[in-house]
Design a protein around this ligand. Structure first.
Ligand code: FMN
Length: 185
């Protein structure tokens, strides 16, 4: 089992990346799957000009990103909320690919520095992902007060409560992956 985690914030001093690190650690420590952390801050994709499949000479990093999404059994997107929506870096990455997203089980983890954990992102992000054909996992993981709830390494302040919520969320993703593959759960 291979889970790709997309860390969507490329902001200087970003905090939501802590949640991406938390999920990476949680999944590996609990032997749930192998994890590929796809950090959009490392990919640094330019503003969208064309889909990867239509590029004559695609950048190797974009090809590698596409291959990682294609080969992942499921994807967790960790995104901050910016002005009620999701960041341009994430739209850029979604639009870059097409067939790689088709029927891909995708679960959403959101983050904000407020109480609501970036949950309003789902209003726009769910629609974009539905349009591109992913299989959205019917669970979400809001990350409120991200600056105080995880340290730089992704270690949660309240480990027990955070891992309990994460467990329910990841279990839903794994269930969807097994269902889509037609495997016994
Ligand atoms: C441009 C911008 C817009 C933001 N809009 C919201 C918002 O609508 N709601 C919210 O709860 N937090 C908002 N925030 C604060 C983020 O929740 C905060 O930066 C948090 O740490 C997650 O983003 P990060 O991963 O980039 O740090 C905004 C931050 C920025 C930079």
């Amino acid at each position: 089992m291979n889970i790709a985690i997309i860390s969507a914030s490329v902001r200087i001093g970003r905090r939501s990346h802590r949640i991406a690190l938390f999920f990476k650690n949680y999944i590996i420590e609990n032997n749930l799957a192998a994890v590929d952390l796809l950090d959009l801050n490392e990919y640094k994709f330019p503003i969208f000009e064309e889909r990867l499949s239509n590029m004559k000479d695609p950048p190797p990093k974009a090809v590698q990103f596409a291959e990682k999404i294609k080969s992942a059994d499921g994807v967790i997107i960790v995104t901050p909320e910016y002005n009620g929506g999701y960041p341009a870096s994430l739209k850029n990455a979604i639009d870059l690919l097409y067939k790689e997203w088709k029927r891909k089980p995708v679960a959403l983890a959101t983050a904000s520095n407020g109480q609501f954990g970036g949950a309003q992102v789902t209003t726009s992000l769910v629609f974009s992902l539905w349009k591109i054909g992913v299989c959205l996992v019917p669970a979400m993981y809001p990350g409120p007060e991200v600056q105080d709830s995880y340290n730089e390494a992704g270690i949660p302040t309240d480990k027990e409560r955070t891992e309990k919520r994460a467990g329910i969320f990841v279990e839903e993703l794994l269930w969807c992956i097994h269902q889509i593959k037609g495997e016994p759960v």
